[in-house]
Design a protein around this ligand. Structure first.
Ligand code: NAP
Length: 512
């Protein structure tokens, strides 16, 4: 059995203590173990700060981009091996590609951005502005890499992409990384790091991996560190309220639970292309990665007079999904990633059933694997359907929520989720769509507007692209990642420098 090791202080090391068993999601059998007592997390952070930080900061954006290019190539070269390994967490080949190719694609995007930013080490934010009335004495905002470590604590659902999307941005910004994968699917993340280390592409100390528990990692956080977390709101709260994090003022970014809504407008006929787009997107989100996507549609907001037709069409579509062993041909939905996850989904469904009616449930194999039957619920309680708006059931499960067709009620239902990563709206009515778009904007990190003329062009609301921001207000954690160059800001210090225009210009020659 594989024993997962950590890569800290520039070497691979195994932890001590009682090991945690990582199971194969399809069979429920032990796949790997990981122990993480005794690992000196404080020393690991110091090493990253003292060795990795200076190495990365000595490079230009273009040079750091070139490192990222090699990291993406490593994933690409070993794609087949990684796709097979990703089955441990229950993914079908298609789901595995979404994770592994998504990782390589996102790193490549940031590699390209590094090349575009070029041979500079400092970025300007805006143009110099006069200080009071003086034309000589000016102020200029600059962006410089922080001198800490990017501490990345990731969720289990995207072991490749989750690690890669955070790492790419931090490394391009010039900040060394310590990445802690979600333990349930850590084998894939560990293998990718092995490939990265073997490739020799990374400067010493630029990337570390902590396999297993976070332990006392946050007790060693310093004032220049940046903690980026993805996972449940409960853990997000524990991280942001951690005494050392609060005492040092370390930066924190949280991506947490999100009850993403998809709104069908009253103008959309059920035989239209716009409806076809809506149906395809909702069905994909319910079944892809067995519904374990932070961006998946959980609440399907539909005009009351259309709900019967929508439910019929949706059930017809998702009935084609076959749950089973992801290694077998024809299987479109794998198991959820872990025993705990299966338990959570089943408990969530029981709670949902108290608020909403079960209108359809698919089939799932019996056995030791973590299979969950997809399910569709329906409520006409609108904003009052409390549990539907409060709890994210992280599996192949969604709820139809009826509304009266007004933009006001659609907005209120989306807002009842308390803030989400992405909301989608499907309409060809510019006025109605515009009202809803602006009404839900304060509650959303991203809005995906589906309509007839783009019906065959979108990637669906569930796909996170590196050039658009990923994150959301309120319940979704209040964080923001990616978004092209915007993502770098979390790892940079913005400083306003007020100085003699000529002196300042000369001091920055060759750097900016
Ligand atoms: P989680 O239990 O919050 O774990 C997330 C990460 O935090 C894991 O790496 C976990 O380590 C680590 N962790 C747990 N307790 C910690 C602590 N006290 N200090 C520091 N790190 C800690 O979330 P999950 O199990 O991955 O997912 C559970 C739920 O999160 C899902 O059901 C879903 O609702 C939500 N989720 C949201 C997103 C999003 O992007 N919005 C993505 C995925 C999941 P271990 O794995 O070792 O426990």
């Amino acid at each position: 059995m594989t024993i997962l090791r950590s890569y800290l202080e520039g070497r691979w090391m195994a932890g001590e203590g009682k090991p945690r068993t990582i199971e194969d999601a399809t069979t429920g059998s032990a796949f790997a173990t990981v122990a993480s007592d005794g690992l000196d997390r404080g020393a690991a952070l110091r090493y990253a700060r003292d060795v990795g930080g200076p190495a990365l900061r000595a490079m230009t954006f273009a040079e750091r981009g070139a490192i990222l290019k090699k990291l993406a190539e490593e994933i690409h070269t070993h794609r087949d091996e990684l796709l097979i390994l990703s089955r441990q967490g229950g993914t079908t080949r298609g789901d595995g590609k979404f994770d592994v190719d998504g990782a390589a694609g996102t790193i490549s995007y940031y590699a390209y951005l590094g090349k575009k930013l070029g041979d500079v080490v400092v970025l300007a934010d805006g143009e110099p502005e006069n200080v009071l009335r003086s034309k000589r004495f000016v102020g200029q905002h600059l962006l410089v890499p922080r001198r800490g470590v990017a501490i990345h604590i990731n969720a289990f659902n995207f072991p490749a992409w989750g690690m890669a999307e955070k790492a790419a941005v931090a490394i391009l910004a010039g900040v060394p990384v310590i990445s802690k994968p979600g333990t349930a699917t850590a084998p894939l993340a560990v293998r990718i790091v092995e490939l990265w280390v073997e490739s020799g592409a990374l400067p010493e100390g630029a990337f570390s991996l902590l396999a297993g528990s976070a332990g006392d990692l946050l007790d060693h956080v310093g004032p220049q560190d940046c903690v980026a977390f993805t996972g449940s709101s409960g853990t997000g709260l524990a991280i942001r309220s951690h005494a050392q994090v609060l005492a040092t003022g370390a930066r924190v970014n949280v991506e947490a639970d999100s009850l993403n809504a998809s709104v069908l407008a009253p103008d959309v006929e059920l035989d239209s292309d716009t409806f076809g787009m809506f149906l395809g997107d909702v069905a994909r989100d319910m079944t892809q990665k067995a519904g374990q996507k932070c961006t998946a549609v959980r609440r399907i907001v539909v005009p009351a007079d259309k709900v019967d037709g929508v439910a019929e069409a949706l059930i017809d579509r998702i009935s084609g999904a076959i749950v089973g062993d992801p290694a077998q041909r024809g299987i479109t939905v794998g198991p959820v990633a872990s025993r705990a996850q299966k338990r959570d989904v089943e408990a969530g469904c029981s709670q949902l059933a108290e608020t909403a009616n079960l209108v359809w449930r698919g089939e799932a194999p019996e056995g030791d694997g973590f299979f969950v039957a997809p399910a569709l619920y329906l409520t006409d309680a609108g904003v009052e359907a409390a549990y539907v708006h409060e709890h994210e059931v992280f599996g192949p499960v969604a709820t139809l929520v009826t509304y009266d067709g007004s933009s006001d009620e659609a907005i209120a239902i989306v807002a009842a989720g308390g803030g989400g990563l992405v909301a989608s709206v499907y309409t060809d009515d510019a006025a109605w769509g515009g009202q809803v778009m602006l009404g839900i904007a304060p509650w959303s990190g991203r809005i995906y507007w589906g309509s007839r003329k783009v019906a065959d062009q979108g990637s669906g609301p569930g796909t996170v692209l590196p050039n658009f921001v990923h994150g959301g207000p309120g319940k979704a954690g209040g964080g923001e990642e990616l978004g092209g160059e915007r993502g770098l800001r979390f790892y940079q210090q913005r400083v306003a420098v007020q100085a003699d225009r000529a002196l300042l210009k000369r001091s920055l020659e060759g750097l900016l």
